[in-house]
Design a protein around this ligand. Structure first.
Ligand SMILES: Cc1ncc(COP(=O)(O)O)c(C=O)c1O
Length: 388
């Protein structure tokens, strides 16, 4: 016995939700177990962190090995595992995206992208999309237009403007010679699972080239196979100048990556750094995660399972469901009413899905989810939405 007081973990967590949190003590693949031994199927994967599921054995082995060798060492040293991670990551990207800044989270990856774009172009303006989500630090939050995330924190960073998502004309009008960066999610995740249209992304690419601005894709949620491609932008064949990754990049260990072109790095004037960014532990986990993602063809798996899931969900009752949309294993079921009661009913049945805004049930299962668990999850969705 440690002698420490014992109580619900959430009781000391700043900002913990008022409701009692379910205690989860163990996970394997898409399965999570509570303290009483009840099994749940994870259909949310911690907003996309768990592409490889909980505690993937190869990631765990890599962490164990690396922890015994070298747990931390900053970027003032050359560390082989960091070199290997960066080489493996860039080998998966188009050749122009070959400079990587490592940090510890999605919001840090976005902060770096904003700073790199401003410092490389010498311009102030950042154009992002309404309904988008880019993180909660002040720069990333400034790129996030949604009131519920901004309230209480203003004034935010000046120079940010927002245009309606999938409105090419509005985007073209907003981007000018004072624009440093156009920052977009190829599929808006927190905003309700809205894939971009080809027109919109093509307009963003063309207008940024015309005006000498940079195009940044925030793939913190969509990256690493989630949308049926290793990187969502591959679906449209539009290559950005800056790319942000995080969540599943290191198989569940905190990491963020801001990938840039050589041209962005060459024009960058200034200083940016992160003490823990590029830590050997995260890099070792990252090497293992990339290895599994590629070897197991998880992007293709997401594409196949996602298509079948969308076909099946097309038959949901329309009086309750406004629209079902998604790409790969990133699926949003928009209701005509609040999603929370249905999420609670799914949880009662043993399926843990997540919301995306008030009316959307979001399914982001681990890409390794068993087909039987996914089918059972979809059946549970049909049942709870079909109940009178
Ligand atoms: C597209 C996108 N960008 C940035 C973030 C922020 O990432 P983090 O919570 O790791 O800071 C998120 C998190 O949901 C996200 O979905």
């Amino acid at each position: 016995m440690s002698g420490l007081p014992v109580g619900p973990a959430a009781s000391h967590a700043f900002g913990a939700p008022a409701r009692t949190l379910r205690t989860i003590v163990r996970g394997e693949g898409a399965a999570l177990w509570d303290a009483a031994g009840r099994r749940f199927v994870d259909l949310g994967a911690t907003h996309g962190v768990g592409n490889l599921g909980a505690s993937h054995p190869e990631v765990v082995a890599a962490i164990r090995r690396q922890a015994g060798e070298l747990l931390y060492l900053g970027t003032g040293f050359d560390v082989p595992v960091r070199r290997e991670f960066l080489a493996r990551l860039t080998a998966l990207l188009p050749p122009s995206l070959d400079r990587v800044f490592l940090s510890n989270s999605g919001t840090e990856a976005v902060e770096a992208a904003i700073k790199f774009a401003r410092a490389a172009t010498g311009r102030p303006k950042v154009v992002a999309a309404l309904r988008g989500f880019h993180g909660r630090t002040l720069g990333a939050l400034s790129a996030t237009a949604r009131k519920e995330f901004r309230d209480g924190f203003e004034p935010l960073v000046p120079g940010f403007v927002h245009v309606p998502f999938n409105d090419p004309a509005a985007l073209r009008a907003a981007v000018d010679e004072s624009t440093a960066l156009v920052l977009l999610e190829p599929v808006q995740g927190e905003g309700g699972v809205h894939p971009a249209t080809r027109d919109f992304l093509e307009a963003a690419r063309a207008r940024t080239l015309e005006t000498g601005s940079l195009l940044g894709f925030d793939e913190v949620q969509t990256g690493l196979g989630r949308t049926g491609r290793l990187f969502a932008f591959e679906r449209w064949g539009i290559v950005p100048d800056l790319l942000t990754l995080a969540k599943s990049l290191a198989g569940g260990v905190p990491i963020g990556a801001t990938v840039a072109t050589e041209a962005v790095e060459a024009r960058f004037r200034g200083s940016h750094h992160s003490t823990f960014g590029g830590a050997p532990l995260a890099c070792a986990a990252g090497v293992a995660a990339l290895e599994v993602t590629v070897r197991e063809r998880l992007a293709e798996r997401a594409e196949r399972l996602g298509r079948a899931a969308l076909d099946r969900l097309a038959h949901l009752p329309t009086e309750r469901v406004r629209e079902v949309r998604g790409v790969g294993l990133m699926i949003g079921i928009e209701l005509r009413e609040r999603a929370a009661p249905y999420l609670a009913r799914l949880e009662e049945r043993g399926f843990l899905a997540i919301p995306a805004g008030p009316a959307v049930i979001r399914l982001l299962p681990p890409l390794v989810i068993g087909e039987d668990d996914l089918a059972a999850g979809l059946e549970a969705v049909e049942r709870v939405l079909g109940d009178g």
